[in-house]
Design a protein around this ligand. Sequence first.
Ligand code: FAD
Length: 406
Amino acid sequence: MPDRIVIVGAGQAGGQTAVSLRLMGHKGPIVLIGDEAHVPYERPPLSKAFLAGDVGHERLYLKKPNYYGDHDIELRLNTRVTAIDRAAKTVTLGSGENLTYDKLVLAMGSRVRRLDVPGGDLPGIHYLRTLADVEEIKASLKQSARAAIVGGGYIGLEVAAVLTKLGASPVVIEVMDQVMARAMAPKVASFFEQVHRSHGVDIRLKTGVTGFEAGSDGRVAAAITNSGEKIPADLVIIGIGILPEAELAAEAGLTVENGIAVDEYGRTEDPSVFAAGDCTNHPNALLDRRLRLESVQNAVSQGKTVATAIIGKPAPYAEVPWFWSDQFDLKLQIVGLSDPTDEVVIRGSVEECKFSACYLRNGIFVAINCINTLRDFNAAKKLIAAHARPDPVTLADPDIALKEFE
Ligand code: FAD
């Protein structure tokens, strides 16, 4: 009898695992369980084209809703898995029902980090992780006059760009001294800050939010900062990072260290349990370290990796991480993981909003931020994977294509 596969989490990684298993010829039952109301969908447009109203639900879906039935994948939506019994090989659902598995895939993603301050749960304060969250934000937006965004990371800045396009003048409140601090050198971050400011976004750096104040209608009316300032806002969107959704695994006795610990094949220490996507912590041989990533590339690749391991054709996962973000007319693409101490080489024209920031660590090409430079993005992936050592002076010349350095 072919294995019965149960997948917990019907998001990017869980959906990909199910699709890949069928594509790779798995003939046994597949049960895909998700606690949201929707078939697996992509989150990136939530803070971009979907929030802007440029695309509808159907453009987010990984596969058309009928795909799952057509491919004999049992999709259980609005269903939360509450416990795993590894000895009995069962999962318990919120309803109390138990389902058996031969192989279990954990793909529970992440949950938002919450801002635990007085007034933090007033009506009008939102987080942005799910389609349902965006539907609520869109409804609030209709009556909103002043929006504040807490957190100047990708999501905060993407939302700021969309709200500006929709006619608002949002305030972005960021506790660090630069935006997108995790992935970006200060000079690239200040370029993004200037672009946002030129479109009317009010960016407050080195500013923490210590609470929120309600108006006479009981809804949020202001964000209070660490300097005591009250920033008027009737719509607040908080984007201050995420945490891996790994408690289920920890409670089942699996190793969780900043995500569910898996090997390069997506295997946990239990040979019947695998994990993929945001909720994992995995080794990357190319980077020679363990990582927890929050990206589509990682969720898709790990989903495929787990499927190959389950069907008995394991192939190790080792890719240079990449990510993208759209803000105004800027198409930002990031490859690799940079560090504040890296040497930064700029190639191209910052004034024309078309340049790349290349990060060198001890002379080795480790990461790139491409701003409207798609050609560099593709070539840099190979160079970073190959640990290339480009000459910094030549690298700075945009007339020399990056592929020349291969
Ligand atoms: P998810 O897609 O989050 O799926 C996990 C699912 O499991 C969720 O539906 C969750 O509700 C469900 N679940 C959790 N626990 C249980 C349980 N116990 N029982 C049942 N179901 C459960 N990445 C990029 O690369 N580029 C981008 O531009 C980009 N933009 C983004 C914009 C936004 C607004 C957000 C939120 C994310 C963005 N990301 C982007 C990140 C990317 O979407 C995630 O890395 C990716 O979705 C991770 O896939 P996943 O399957 O691990 O998690």
